[in-house]
Design a protein around this ligand. Sequence first.
Ligand code: MCF
Ligand code: FE
Length: 394
Amino acid sequence: MKKIKAKFILTPDKIIENGEILFKRKIIKIGKNLPNTNKTYKFDLVMPALINTHTHLEFSKNKTLLEYGDFITWLNSVIHHRENLFIECKGDCFKKAIDEMKRSGVCAFGEISSTGNDLKYLRHSPLKVVYFNEIVGSNPGAVDVLYTDFLSRLQSSLELKSDKFHPAISIHSPYSVHPILMQKVLNIAREKNLPIQAHFMESKAEREWLDRGEGDFKKFFEKIFPHAKPLISPKEFLYQFRGLKTTFIHCVWANDEELDIIKNLNASIAHCPISNRLLNVGKLNLKKVMDKKIPFSVATDGLSSNYSLNIFKELRAALFMHYEIDPNALAKELIISVTKTAANSLNLNNGEIAPNKDADLIAIKLPHTKSNIHLHTILHTNEVEKMFINGEEI
Ligand code: MCF
Ligand code: FE
């Protein structure tokens, strides 16, 4: 058994001053004047280790290759360069990406796997991985081939299931997945109780295409299929996720009705402010999401649409982007978003300092602080002092 003494413990909802935590693999007790143990640590601030719900590590070789500034231009550059980026990202590339998250206090991440080639690297990850096997493809002629390939990737990930590696499923988006393919894949998620992620209403182009079959996506699809039409309405798409544990990524262009459906599905939203800025898709109405009490997590997305996987940089981007929300109130919500809400979204037993939760903890140096604790934590942290995963020092 180990003990931590800290000037501040963020649970994350509450702040405990001069508190103590007893833990082994799991958290045993929180309080004051707890019994002594062989090992006692002393820190300024302790909180649950952070969770990055949405990444695409296969794209980690990208620095300047992909084009930013417009969603469709970016998408075309992804289609053009993705094979090369995937080939170039091998062991060291994944290690570097994971290291950057780890140093910023991330103990677990949601990975969208497009090819399955990342599996051999991520199976040995020191961080917990929720591995979302992605399905993408809207050509009816290719449904069978895509489905067979998906099943084989899913099977390989299911064989590696452990307390640190959790297989899951991703439907890329309503504009890029054929409804038949989507239904088949969601049936598996239902059968096997796997969490789901889907990109939803990221760009104005997606909004115009799904609502009216118009806009920039019309030109994009007509290059491949003449007379292309959207295959599903946004509402129909959302209803497919009934009964599943779903995280919708982005939702920048989701309307009130869609946000209410997301809320009623008990789903959550992953908010990626830097990705949204770089692809220039606009700004999520986070105030509305919070007013509607829709759970949200802040996530980095991949290096395909970000310059860093450091979760504190992402939190600061969110803090500065949503200037209409009081900074102290927002900072608290942001910390909850990357701990408790993120754990819930990925079906993990961490993200909170409470008895029986996994002892996934971080310690941060924050001297001479009396007030604005959540805000100062976000402002002054880039790397954490120490991280524990399942009670072990990392
Ligand atoms: O979240 C960002 C932007 N929105 C959509 N997709 C992706 C993002 N980063 C990487 N992607 C991947 C996605 O997983 O790009 C491909 C998919 O494999 C686009 S579809 C050819
Ligand atoms: Fe993404």
